[in-house]
Design a protein around this ligand. Structure first.
Ligand code: AHR
Length: 553
């Protein structure tokens, strides 16, 4: 294995040594050098790292996804057609549903059977922004028009796998058993299988749902448990299931960002029953939001957050730094997991991530936690996806929060108006990484620095990830600097590059965003990349993400 320490390279002299070969510093005047080590692979990038998240929250489901069968808006069985088409384009691999905090207040039985007979319930998010939200809004009262069958139909239409999150705070292990039976039991085999076939959007055929989340944020809205208490619930909820032709993959409600105690407490308690317990824990669901907070998490969901559109240069850099800190937290959680699960059977699912800005830029008040999405959000996406790409041996899934009209959305929708955001374009640009063999990149460039409350703060100025699919090497790179371009030399070690094509998402103003009136203000464009001898030369614009598609000999 060829090893090169980043510090050795960045601070190093003219020659940084790897196991098998030497990487000389460029003699040319490039601002940045990226070495791509084709013979150093940590594994295959699982498409599920590019996953999504849909919660019954604000306008995610109604009218982001569900417009109803009688709607004038183009739809397939009540599901907005434009969202189906846009998700197919980015090869959406998996969607987590129905929450989030909503999941632990939801009874799946309310959302099955004849749609007209389904009950109305109070939504978990009833009280958020309560002065502005009308009383008859679906943000307050859940009509249950969209339930299990409609969601699974949405998955089928988009080609994504479903990932269902169980209610651990309010329901029992037996309720989950029955939800599994409802979804997966063979044709007409049980009363629940018959209900599945007979209800609205019914399906005789089993859905074969593989991924099941055991609660959500069980340290908080999911039950205020201790990690030890949650470990017991996890074991109870996953103890036994009918093997309906599909192996069930359980995801535990993991920690928020830096909460290492939650991971340690849970894993230690699981271990008391032997290392075999980890066989049932397919994924550990870490959550990581990026925000400009001046206050910690409180019961006020807007507390201390910054604005989606009106932000300072410092807030811009801080947001990117927050996103980037995920890598460090993942490594720390991973190390703790390995102390107890020594074979590392359990991988990490970052099943909620993204930016979280304060209220004020949502399309209208019932769009709870809705926000605009600028180039800054796009770079949070590129930084996060590059982290997943660099750790395919640890990360098995990622789910951006949330798909439409909420937090770092890929889409904004209101009635018949629908647009894609800059974040969507990053997902589109990253599609070639899916199923690629990740290969290591070493980036060498001067650090970027800014003033944080009178003290200097630092950040890398070029970083990214690379993968190989057949003869194509895909390299994605972010230049976070607000004003400086980076003339970059990409050196491929292990094969000769013969051609290169670039695509970039870049705007001179990082606050630029797409609106219903100007839906294409931020879109990716083709970008020049030249083969120069054994290297590729590319100019990275300020505040940009660039993809290079390099053909290898
Ligand atoms: O994504 C919004 C909320 O953030 C989710 O419901 C919850 O899990 C997290 O705190």
């Amino acid at each position: 294995m060829n090893e090169i320490s980043r510090r050795q390279f960045v601070t190093g002299s003219a020659l940084a040594l790897t196991g098998a070969f030497a990487i000389p510093r460029s003699a040319k005047a490039a601002d940045a050098v990226i070495d791509v080590l084709l013979n150093d692979s940590p594994g295959t990038i699982l498409p599920d790292c590019y996953g999504h998240f849909v919660e019954h929250l604000g306008a995610v489901v109604y009218d982001g996804i569900w417009v109803g069968e009688g709607s004038k808006i183009a739809n397939v069985g009540g599901i907005r057609k434009s969202i189906i088409d846009a998700m197919a384009r980015i090869k959406a691999p998996i969607i987590r549903y129905p929450g989030g905090c909503f999941a632990d207040s939801y009874n799946w039985r309310d959302g099955v059977g004849e749609r007209s007979k389904r009950p109305r319930r109070t939504n978990f998010w009833y009280g958020v922004n309560s002065k502005e939200v009308p009383m008859d809004s679906t943000s307050r009262f859940e009509p249950n028009e969209f339930g299990t069958n409609e969601f699974l139909q949405f998955c089928k239409l988009t080609g994504a796998k479903p990932y269902l999150a169980a209610n651990v705070r309010g329901l029992t292990a037996n309720d989950l058993w029955e939800w599994v039976e409802y979804c997966n039991a063979p044709v007409a085999s049980t009363t629940l299988a018959q209900l599945r076939a007979s209800g609205s959007a019914g399906s005789r055929e089993p859905y074969k749902v593989e991924f099941w989340g055991i609660g959500n944020e069980s340290w908080g809205c999911g039950g205020e448990m201790t990690p030890e208490e949650y470990s017991q619930e996890f074991r109870k909820f996953t103890a036994a299931y009918p093997p309906f032709d599909v192996p069930l993959k359980f995801i535990g409600a993991g920690a928020s960002s830096d909460d290492l105690n939650w991971t340690r407490g849970f894993f230690a308690k699981m271990r008391e029953k032997g290392e075999g317990s980890f066989r049932r824990l397919h994924g550990w669901g870490v959550h990581h939001y990026s925000w400009n907070v001046s206050a910690g998490r409180t019961t006020d969901w807007n507390a201390g957050k910054g604005d989606a559109l009106d932000f300072s240069n410092e807030q811009y850099y801080e947001m990117l730094r927050q996103a980037d800190s995920l890598e460090d937290w993942l490594l720390k959680h991973w190390a703790i997991m390995g102390e107890f699960d020594r074979a590392h059977r359990t991988k990490i699912a970052v099943d909620e991530w993204g930016t979280w800005h304060k209220a004020g830029t949502e399309l209208k008040p019932p769009h709870l936690l809705g926000q605009q999405n600028t180039m800054r959000d796009a770079l949070v996406a590129s930084i996060s996806l590059d982290i997943f790409n660099r750790h395919p041996d640890k990360v098995m899934m990622g789910n951006i929060a949330q798909l439409v009209n909420c937090l770092q959305s890929l889409f904004l929708a209101d009635g018949d108006r629908f647009i894609t955001t800059p974040t969507y374009h990053v997902f589109d640009m990253y599609v070639p990484h899916m199923n690629g063999k990740a290969v290591r990149t070493v980036c060498d460039s001067p650090k970027l620095s800014w003033d944080r409350n009178g003290k200097p703060a630092e950040f890398w100025s070029v970083n990214g990830s690379a993968s190989v699919n057949g003869k194509t090497l895909t390299l994605t790179v972010t230049n976070p600097h607000l004003t400086q371009r980076r003339e970059t030399e990409v050196r491929v070690h292990g094969a000769k590059p013969v051609s290169a094509a670039g695509r970039t998402l870049a705007e001179t103003d990082v606050k630029v965003h797409n609106t219903f009136d100007r839906p294409n203000s931020v879109v990716p464009r083709d970008h020049t990349a030249r083969i120069v001898g054994e290297s590729i030369a590319v100019s990275l614009a300020p505040a940009s993400v660039t993809r290079l598609s390099i053909t290898l000999q």
